[in-house]
Structure formats: C-alpha cells, structure tokens
Design a protein around this ligand. Structure first.
Ligand SMILES: [Zn+2]
Length: 250
C-alpha cells in the first residue's frame, strides 16, 4: 500500500468513491472565494479529501474578531494576509495537493482569470456584490456554484448548477439582499454551512448522490431544526435569463 492509498483509505473504501473517485478528486480544481469563516472549513475539508488544486482568494488580513469562527487561522497570523495563513495550514494538512493563494478582492474584472482550470466555485464570501460576481461567472463558464450564507446561529446552503437549476440571483436580488452590516455569527453556524458546502463539492466532483439542486437547506442552530426549501428559476432573472435569451448580456 502506498502512502497515497493509506492516506485516503477511509474514503476510497466507500463504494461511492473508490480509487477511481480519488483520482477524480486529484484531477479536480476548486476556487474557494474567501478565506473567512466558510472558507476556513471548506478549505480544510477539501484539502484533506485530496482535491488536486485549490485556489483560495481573499483580500483581507487577519483580525482578532475573525478568530471566533475562522478556524483555519491562528493568533500568530494576526495582521497577515488570510490567504497566506490559510494556504500554509492547507499545505501542512496535505502536502500532496496544490494550493494557490490569491490575495485579491474578487471582482468582475478578475474572476475569469481566477477560474482558469477550476471546476467548481465555492462561496466563501460575505456580501451580495461578490456573490453576484461569482454567480454570473458560474453561468458564463458553466461551473457549479456552491452557495452558503450564515447569520447568527443560522445557516443556509444550496448548489446552483447552470442550465439545470435556479441561480443565486433567481433567489436573492439587490432589493431583497440582507443589509450590509457587521452581523453576529457563532463559529459552529459557519462550520455547519461550510461542512455542507464541502459535502456538496465532493458529490458534484464525483457525480454521486443528490446535490442540493433547486433545494436550499436552512439550518436553525438555536432550535436545531433543518428545513429544505424547494427553489425554482425566476423567468425574470437578469442573470440566468441569458441562457434562454442570448441577447441579454450578463
Ligand atoms: Zn437566475
């Protein structure tokens, strides 16, 4: 048994994955858009699972108020770029994968370059504008967008698949987006959402199970209740409407 075989045996022993699935994971490229609370957990799980290439993009530096939930980082990195801290921890966890830290604010101007050799976009952002950029890039490039949002004790997750499901902007528009402020968040709410995201990402790469397609999971941490809401495309959507109407510009 080689080191690689042994490392992943607790997942390759699953019939849904097997050695072939492990090779699929090793060939996959994922963009984690943000090295905050969500990105902290998705980055660790996806690195541990052996995703071959993970790009992690974030423009921020680490602040003390991040540390209640952004568990990929540590006090020693306060004041330093989050992507450097995150990439170092991911490589320490799994030296067999490639990690590309990109210290940048994700915008419509740089997202296309960030998606070079990427198969799935994982949302680790905390604002509507960035999610809109990610959603439109997902539609343009035909890449799944694994969305999550967290507030207080609550979390929600869905997978938006271009051409197959509603998109992020079918559900959330600039008008009904939550106001920009500094919301309170407990760490486990972020961890729950991000664990769901990591599970969705593995499933989408492997083509197994039933991803959250046209379904949105809402987790209430205080009541410990999970609801699943069915989603449908908004025919008036300014983003994915282009799939039916190529005259509309993204
Ligand atoms: Zn849409």
């Amino acid at each position: 048994m080689t080191g690689t075989d042994e490392r992943y045996i607790r997942q390759t022993t699953l019939p849904e994955i097997g050695p072939e699935g492990q090779e699929q994971l090793a060939r996959a490229g994922v963009l984690i858009a943000g090295a905050g609370g969500l990105g902290s957990v998705t980055a660790l799980y996806l690195a541990a699972a052996g995703i071959g290439h993970i790009k992690i993009a974030d423009h921020d530096s680490l602040e003390p108020s991040n540390l209640n939930r952004q568990i990929i980082h540590s006090e020693a990195f306060l004041g330093q770029p989050k992507v450097i801290s995150a990439a170092g921890r991911m490589k320490a966890l799994n030296s067999m994968i490639r990690v590309t830290p990109v210290q940048t604010r994700i915008t419509s101007a740089n997202i296309d370059a960030l998606l070079d050799r990427v198969d799935i976009i994982v949302d680790g952002s905390d604002n509507y504008e960035t999610r809109q950029v990610l959603n439109r890039a997902s539609l343009r490039h035909g890449l799944p967008f694994v969305y999550a949002g967290v507030r207080g004790f609550d979390a929600m997750v869905s997978s938006f698949i271009p051409g197959k499901t509603a998109c992020f902007e079918c559900i959330v528009t600039g008008q009904n987006a939550p106001p920009v402020r500094v919301p309170g968040i407990v760490g486990p709410a972020t961890g729950m959402a991000a664990s769901f995201q990591a599970m969705e990402t593995l499933k989408l790469i492997l083509g197994i199970g039933k991803p959250l397609e046209n379904r949105l999971i809402r987790i209430s941490g205080l009541d410990m209740r999970i609801h699943c809401v069915n989603l449908s495309s908004n025919p008036q959507c300014k983003a994915c409407g282009q799939i039916c109407n190529p005259d509309k510009r993204l």
